[in-house]
Ligand binder design. Structure first.
Ligand code: 4AD
Ligand code: MG
Length: 432
């Protein structure tokens, strides 16, 4: 049995006999030599097959090998400055494992074509790098909350009521009755803080987003937390602590991938080092007016363009708090001493990546919740189970939701959120 090593491992070894396996990333050849750049999940490496070393018959097979064929290669590795990753393997023997005929993806193809061939495009170095960072982030997210004594908890995906507004609900035919796909775990998470106190989840959320933007998916991975006995400041502290931990972990584990993606890591460093500026919505309007020459009427939600402008003034995420009640969800608690605003917070990422976290302290006054629901045209009786949380042993509590793909986009410096998930779902795409 041959002991196959990863390309990363053989490069660390640097000399001697090695065996690797992977897929053909590039190939070119002459009558006497065939150059194959092989890739595996860890890296790429140049391999040279010489007719004189392996004989005419085997060279004939090598000569026909095309991009994305899978192979096993044995040979000697040495340093080679002209090779793409600084090492080269002189091939002694090889086996063609899976043939490949004219791989459909070549250079300079349109975004649409690559989206149609997404299942093959996942093999690209760019997607491989992003998927590795995604994996780091999912792990780091679990570590952060488990490390602080949170329990992982799951809510249903099929839900009978809305939480984040009717306009982005996906309706499902549930044995003839209309129900919805989860926009958030929240209404089913709040009941569980009375048993577990500190909980978190990482699960898909669904939004029927009609907007075709670089920030919206219809299916995204939602990292949510909910905690009993909280105050509004604690919710913001958890969000800031989490983002610092996520960025720090990626910088520790994925320098190589960030380099492949061309991400300027000095832009991520401040997030770890500096406290995030916190400002109220009202203060944000003042800053927008004074520093960005943008006038927003008090009471109007901040639009993407305003979020982008204000975030450009800072090099870390910023936290905007105390939004007008009219633009936020029914469950948010009123600001103390101001019934017109709520203890809700949005975290806006730097570099124009927009809202990455939305959270709040929850309203504990049952009459206020009912009032808000009625004002939205909701039927109170559908929310009775939720209202029960305020009837028996209500405690101050709150939580937030973080869009994993938004954070991946920002950390990786992506042009579109679609590259932050293997098979993106948007208004216009649900295949492959
Ligand atoms: O601000 P949102 O709507 O908040 C909630 O759903 C709360 N119930 C969360 C909570 O308190 N437990 O969504 C939270 C985050 C947003 O900040 C954004 O990062 C992400 O979810 N998000 C989306 N990500 C990708 N595509 C979409 N269409 C998204 N909609 C929201
Ligand atoms: Mg929001």
């Amino acid at each position: 049995m041959t002991d196959y090593l990863s390309i990363k491992q053989v490069m660390e070894q640097g000399s001697g006999e090695v065996a690797i396996r992977g897929w053909v990333y590039r190939e070119r050849g002459s009558k006497k030599l065939k150059f194959i750049v092989l890739r595996d999940s860890t890296n790429i490496i140049q391999c040279v097959i010489a007719r004189d070393d392996i004989g005419d018959e085997k060279f004939g097979i090598a000569d026909k090998i095309q991009i994305e064929a899978s192979m096993e290669i044995q040979g000697t590795i040495k340093k080679e400055d002209r090779a793409p990753t600084g090492y080269e393997i002189l091939v002694k023997d090889f086996r063609l494992v899976g043939e490949s005929d004219k791989f459909p993806i070549t250079k300079d193809q349109s975004v649409e074509f690559l989206a149609d061939k997404r299942h093959l495009w996942l093999r690209s170095r760019k997607m491989t790098a992003i998927l590795k960072i995604r994996s780091t982030l999912f792990g780091a997210y679990h570590d952060y909350f488990r490390g602080q004594g949170f329990y992982e908890y799951q809510s249903p995906i099929f839900q009978g009521i809305q939480c984040e507004g009717g306009s982005t609900l996906f309706e499902v035919n549930y044995f003839g009755k209309p129900i919805y796909l989860a926009q958030t775990w929240q209404l089913y998470a709040e009941p569980a803080i009375f048993s577990l106190e500190k909980i978190y989840t990482l699960a898909p959320s669904f939004r029927a987003e009609r907007s075709k933007t670089s920030r919206h998916l219809t299916e995204y991975w939602h990292a949510e937390m909910e905690v009993a006995w909280s105050n509004f400041r604690m919710i913001q502290d958890y969000g800031e602590g989490l983002l610092k931990h996520l960025v720090k972990t990626v910088l520790e584990k994925n320098k190589a991938e960030l380099e492949i993606l061309g991400r300027d890591i000095t832009k991520l460093q401040p997030t770890i080092e500096k406290p995030f500026p916190r400002m109220t919505y009202t203060e944000a309007l003042k800053i927008l007016k004074e520093k960005c020459d943008m006038e927003v009427e008090w009471g109007k939600d901040l639009r993407t363009i305003e979020e982008d402008k204000i975030s450009q003034l800072y090099d870390t995420p910023i936290i905007i708090t105390d939004y007008p009640k009219v633009v936020k969800a029914f469950y948010m608690k009123e600001t103390e001493g101001n019934p017109d605003t709520v203890q809700g917070c949005d975290f806006i990422a730097p570099d124009g990546y927009g809202e990455i976290i939305g959270g709040s302290q929850r309203e504990d006054n049952i009459d206020k919740i009912k009032e808000n629901l009625v004002a939205m045209g909701e039927k109170i009786e559908n929310y009775e189970f939720y209202l029960d949380t305020r009837r028996w042993g209500s405690v101050p509590h709150g939580g937030f939701g973080l869009g994993m793909e938004r954070v991946i986009s920002w950390i990786c410096g992506l042009d579109t959120i679609k590259d932050a998930i293997p098979f993106p779902r948007t208004m216009t795409r649900y295949t492959p």
